[in-house]
Design a protein around this ligand. Structure first.
Ligand code: SAM
Length: 208
C-alpha cells in the first residue's frame, strides 16, 4: 500500500482514494490506520477532489453548522485541532454525540444554527463550515460569522440548489446566495460538485 501525502496536512492519497488517519466511525473502508474518505458520502471530500488548495490546516478551530451524524465532521476532526459541531435534529445528533465520545476534539452542540445561542460555549473560530441545505442559509452563515468567525477567517458554504428554489436554474441559485454572502465576505471560489453531487455547489469565502 502506497500512501501519499495530500497538499492538505493530515489528508492522504491511497491509490485513487482520499483518506484521513483515525479510528473508523461509520463503517468506512480502512487501510490499516487510514480511513477512506468517499467523495460520494462527504461534500468536503468531493470538494477536495475538485480543489486541492482548501484553507484547511491542523491548527484550525472550526464551527461546523449541520454536522448531521458526523460523517464529514469525523474526517475533519482527523485534520483540524477542534470542531464545534452544531446539529438541530436530535435523532441524527445521537450518532454525532457517539462519534464525539471517541474524539476529544469534537464538541457536539444540539442547537439551531439560525438562532445561535451557543455563544457561551463557542470561541472565535478560524473556519466556518456550513452544510445545512436551508432557504435562508446565507443569512444563517452571516449571523454565525459575525458572532464567531475571527477577522479574515474562512467560510466554506455548501449550497443545495433545490433546497433553496426547486424551479430556478442551479447557477442562478448559486449566484443569488453568493450575492448575499458578499455583504460580509470576499467570495474566493465557487465550485460545482458534480459528478459527486447533482445541483450542489461549494462557496469558499473569507471574512472581509
Ligand atoms: N454535513 C453532513 C455530513 O457531511 O456528514 C451532512 C449534513 S446534512 C446535508 C444537513 C444537516 O443540517 C441535517 O442533519 C439537518 O438536520 C441540519 N440542519 C439544517 N438546518 C439546521 C439548523 N438551522 N441548525 C442546525 N442544523 C441544521
Amino acid at each position: 500500500m502506497y500512501v501519499k501525502p495530500h497538499k492538505i496536512p493530515s489528508v492522504f492519497i491511497i491509490g485513487k482514494h482520499l483518506a484521513t488517519r483515525g479510528e473508523a466511525v461509520y463503517g468506512e473502508k480502512t487501510f490499516g490506520e487510514y480511513r477512506v474518505w468517499d467523495p460520494k458520502r462527504s461534500k468536503l471530500a468531493a470538494l477536495l477532489k475538485k480543489y486541492e488548495n482548501l484553507p484547511l490546516d491542523t491548527q484550525q478551530i472550526v464551527l461546523y453548522l449541520g454536522a448531521a451524524s458526523g460523517t464529514t465532521a469525523s474526517h475533519l476532526a482527523d485534520i483540524v485541532s477542534l470542531i464545534y459541531a452544531v446539529e438541530f435534529a436530535p435523532r441524527v445528533a445521537r450518532n454525532l454525540v457517539r462519534m464525539a465520545e471517541q474524539r476529544s476534539n469534537v464538541i457536539p452542540l444540539i442547537a439551531d444554527a439560525s438562532r445561535p445561542d451557543y455563544g457561551h460555549i463557542v470561541e472565535l473560530v478560524d473556519l466556518l463550515y456550513q452544510d445545512i441545505a436551508q432557504k435562508n442559509q446565507a443569512d444563517i452563515a452571516i449571523v454565525n460569522a459575525e458572532m464567531f468567525l475571527r477577522s479574515h477567517g474562512y467560510a466554506c458554504i455548501f449550497i443545495k440548489a433545490r433546497s433553496i428554489d426547486v424551479t430556478a436554474k442551479p447557477k442562478a441559485v448559486y449566484q443569488s446566495q453568493v450575492k448575499k454572502l458578499k455583504e460580509i465576505f470576499d467570495v474566493m471560489h465557487v465550485f460545482d460538485l458534480s459528478p459527486y453531487y447533482k445541483d450542489h455547489a461549494a462557496v469558499i469565502t473569507r471574512l472581509i
